[in-house]
Each structure stands twice: as structure tokens, then as C-alpha cells.
Design a protein around this ligand. Structure first.
Ligand code: GDP
Ligand code: GDP
Length: 436
């Protein structure tokens, strides 16, 4: 996942101008949804080999001062939580304003790298005295720039990419990383609170990890886990949730870092489109996944409720037929500890290797029971198979006509592998290749 660099600042300081200069003639995506107009403006770009996603946090219509103030604060909060590096833009010609100070106050609260870009320095010699005041905003990096004349943008980008590259070197805490993903209100933070509040849990707050300040590290029976709560902040504003791009981005970021994903659903509401989308991300990222149906305490149960819900979930998530489903209550703690055990188990499956001997026994039997169908008059013959990697488990099947092996036949082989070797909760990749 590419790091996110957010452009933040009050209106008219030159954010859009800068954004457009930095992304060149690549057309910016402007989403014209009512209410969140221009809130989602982002492009992938790169500087000297460092790639990143540049986000313009939006043009704000200055309806009135109070309104604007609160919008800008929200925007700064969002950037704080989602961005890896923040470009805070101010206007050299206007000097330090009260709004700038408000934004600076928010940005200083966490220790994410902030590059203070003092824009509209069109003539550095004439304007250098105007710069001093901006140091009072309290940031380590101050870059005088002119977006319009493209001056000093290279130096500014150097500082940005330096900070990005520093981030990537940061070591991550040890432990099985569990991403708790799902819609707002599914109960993600409740689960984190529940697990970290268990009597036997040893909790260490992880200060200092810039990338995600909300990781919770816990220890159970000598096993370490890092709970990554995509809620990010415990109390989130409506506005923030409406920033769809950020919530998807956040999910992707979290999933990429995870060893195992826990897809949390609200048992009272069943599965929604948003749940499916998030599940789809975990699937595409080839991460192991456990579906967690939460609020089980509040679900009215009749005989077979669990069974019916299970059937329904697999029907709605056909691509996740390998994912186990757990019914829990973050509120009462019912079966929540079991999630940790289950995650360990699934991760073991994800990382295991099958010996070539065992594997070929199973493949051979599978092809005897059900030979690859003849296609275009040609007989497909499978010679042997091997596991080429784990996490995710990846197999190569060598045969005479790889291109003739139909998807449905690979599906059949996959099912055979699962029957023999498990791989519960894990995606499996099977590729065909010519033997040579
Ligand atoms: P935003 O509201 O922060 O996105 O600001 P805009 O990008 O719309 O710019 C506000 C105004 O500042 C526009 O009139 C720009 O032409 C002007 N502007 C932007 N960058 C510069 C600059 O480097 N120098 C000068 N003199 N004007 C600039
Ligand atoms: P998040 O947005 O996914 O982090 O969800 P929260 O953890 O903030 O929970 C959203 C709401 O659901 C809160 O009011 C919780 O008290 C409630 N909730 C969470 N887990 C459960 C549960 O297992 N049972 C019940 N009945 N309510 C729950």
C-alpha cells in the first residue's frame, strides 16, 4: 500500500494549485457527491522512485466562520489519522492567521511528520522576512514554496519522501497481527476493549508507532497478539465516516498489515453491501479471514438460527467459502477468547507447507477420480504439483496444456486439497504451468 500524503490547510492558501502542480496533467478525480463535494481528491504520484498517494483534503466553501472552522478542524483530524505524512499549507502573503494556529494545534497533537509549506513565496529574497513568524506554529520542517511558479517544490518533495522512507523503516511490534475490519458500529472497538480488558490479558499500549497509533498489543497464555482496530479512533464523527475513500483506504492499509483478518458483522443486521466490499478487499489481498458475527447476545434465536445464518453468509460471500464463522458477543465476552485461538490456528494453516510427496498423492488420486476434461480434442495430462510458497499457500500444477485447464477444474483440485490438508480460513492459489 502506498503511503498517504495529505494536503491540509485553510481555504485560499493554494492547496488545489499545489495539488495540480504535483500531479502534473493527470486528471484529478473529483467526486461530486452532495455534502462531501471535493472531499475526495486523490492521485497516485511519485518522486525520485518513492510512490505515494496525494490527497487534497478538499476545498471548503466559506459559508461562515464557525462552520468553516469546524470543517477545517475535522479535515485536519481526518488527515491526522489517515495520512502518513501531512503537508500543512499556509500563505506567506497573509501571514499566520488564527485558523492556521487552530490547525497547527490539531496537527501537533500526534507525532506524525508534518511539513509546513509556506506557499506564495514567489520572490524568496523579498519575502524571506515574512517566513519567521511561521516557525511559531511549531514544526520541524518549514519549506518556503511557490505553487504557482513551481519554485522549491523539488526540495519540498525531497523532505516529504525522506519522511516517507523513514516511516517504512520503523519496526513493528512482535505478535500475530489481527485486523478487525467491518462496518462502523459492528462492534470492533468493543471487541478490542473486551479482549484487552480480560483478566488474563497483559496489555501494552503502543505509543510511538506513527503508522497506527491505535494498535493494541495483548498477551494470552504466552502468545502475543496485536489488535488492529480499523475504527482508528474510538469516537468517530459522522463526517469522517462519510468520507468513503478514507474508510476504504483505511481498511486496505489495515488488511495489508494483518496476518489474519477478522471480518466483523453485526448479527442483528446481517450482512450489508459494505461488509461485502470489505470482505472483498481481504479476499483480494489473499489474507486469511475469519467471519465474526457479533452481538450474538442480542440476536433472537430459534432452533437453527446459527445454521440459517451460516448458510446465508456463505451464499452472500461465495468467494469466502473457506472462511470459518464464529458467533460472538463482544459485550458479554461470549466466545471472544476463542477468536484468538482460532486466529492462531488459521495462521498456522496459512503458513504451512505440504511436502511434494503428500501433495502428489492427493493430486494423483484426484485426477484418477476425475480426470481433466478433454478440451478442443486434446487430452490434458497432469504430471505433478508442488507448493511454491506459503502465506498464501500457492501451488503450481505442471501439465502438458496449461491453458486448457479450466477454472472449474482448478476449483475441483482446490477442494480436494482442502479436504486433505485443511487450509481453513485461507485463500489458496493454484496455477498451471508447462512442464519443461
Ligand atoms: P485552496 O483554496 O487552498 O485550494 O487555494 P487555491 O489553490 O484555490 O489558490 C487560492 C489562490 O491563491 C488562487 O488565486 C491561486 O492562484 C493563488 N495561488 C496559489 N499558489 C500561489 C503562489 O504560489 N503564489 C501566488 N502569488 N498565488 C498563488
Ligand atoms: P465499531 O464502530 O465497530 O468500533 O463498534 P463499537 O464497538 O463502537 O460498537 C457499536 C455499538 O454496538 C455500541 O453501542 C456497542 O455497545 C454495541 N455492541 C458492540 N458489541 C456488542 C455485542 O456483542 N452485543 C450488543 N448487544 N451490543 C454490542
Amino acid at each position: 500500500m502506498k503511503p498517504i500524503v495529505a494536503i491540509v490547510g485553510r481555504p485560499n492558501v493554494g492547496k488545489s494549485t499545489l495539488f495540480n502542480k504535483l500531479v502534473g496533467d493527470r486528471v484529478a478525480i473529483v467526486d461530486d457527491q452532495p455534502g462531501v463535494t471535493r472531499d475526495r481528491l486523490y492521485r497516485e504520484t511519485e518522486w525520485c522512485g518513492t510512490e505515494f498517494v496525494l490527497v487534497d483534503t478538499g476545498g471548503l466553501e466559506p459559508r461562515n466562520n464557525d462552520f468553516m472552522m469546524s470543517k477545517i478542524k475535522q479535515q485536519a483530524e481526518v488527515a491526522m489519522n489517515e495520512a502518513d505524512v501531512i503537508m500543512f499549507i499556509v500563505d506567506a502573503k497573509a501571514g499566520v492567521t488564527a485558523l492556521d494556529e487552530e490547525v497547527a494545534y490539531i496537527l501537533r497533537k500526534k507525532n506524525k511528520p508534518v511539513i509546513l509549506c509556506v506557499n506564495k513565496v514567489d520572490d524568496f529574497l523579498a519575502q524571506q522576512d515574512d517566513l519567521y513568524d511561521f516557525w511559531s506554529l511549531g514544526f520541524e520542517h518549514l519549506m518556503p514554496i511557490s505553487a504557482e511558479h513551481k519554485s522549491n517544490l523539488g526540495d519540498m518533495l525531497d523532505v516529504i519522501t525522506e519522511n516517507i522512507n523513514k516511516l517504512e523503516l520503523q519496526e513493528e511490534e512482535e505478535g500475530l497481527k489481527l485486523a478487525i475490519i467491518g462496518r462502523p458500529n459492528a462492534g470492533k472497538s468493543s471487541l478490542v476493549n473486551r479482549l484487552s480488558g480480560e483478566e488474563r490479558a497483559i496489555v501494552s499500549s503502543m505509543a510511538g508507532t506513527t503508522r497506527d497509533a491505535i494498535d493494541t498489543s495483548i498477551e494470552f497464555d504466552d502468545n502475543k497478539y496485536i489488535l488492529i482496530d480499523t475504527a482508528g479512533i474510538r469516537r468517530k464523527s459522522k463526517v469522517e465516516e462519510s468520507l468513503e475513500y478514507y474508510s476504504v483506504l483505511r481498511a486496505i492499509k489495515t488488511i495489508k498489515r494483518a496476518d489474519v483478518c477478522l471480518l466483523m458483522l453485526d448479527g442483528q443486521e446481517g450482512i450489508t453491501e459494505q461488509d461485502k466490499r470489505i470482505a472483498g478487499i481481504a479476499y483480494e489481498e489473499r489474507k486469511p479471514i475469519i467471519v465474526v458475527v457479533n452481538k450474538w447476545d442480542a440476536v433472537e434465536k430459534e432452533t437453527m438460527t446459527m445454521k440459517h445464518m451460516t448458510d446465508e453468509l456463505y451464499e452472500e460471500l461465495p468467494f469466502l467459502s473457506y472462511a470459518p464463522i464464529e458467533f460472538v458477543s463482544a459485550l458479554t465476552g461470549q466466545r471472544t477468547l476463542r477468536l484468538l485461538e482460532h486466529a492462531d490456528l488459521v495462521y498456522g494453516e496459512y503458513t504451512k507447507r505440504i511436502s511434494t510427496g503428500l501433495l502428489n498423492g492427493v493430486i494423483k488420486e484426484a485426477t484418477i477420480m476425475n480426470a481433466p476434461p478433454t478440451r478442443k480434442g486434446r487430452l490434458v495430462k497432469i504430471n505433478y504439483a508442488t507448493q511454491v510458497s506459503s502465506a498464501p499457500p500457492k501451488f503450481v500444477v505442471f501439465c502438458n496444456y496449461p491453458e486448457l485447464v479450466h477454472f472449474s477444474y482448478l476449483r475441483y483440485l482446490e477442494n480436494r486439497l482442502r479436504e486433505s490438508f485443511g487450509f481453513e480460513g485461507c485463500p489458496i492459489d493454484i496455477m498451471t504451468q508447462t512442464k519443461n
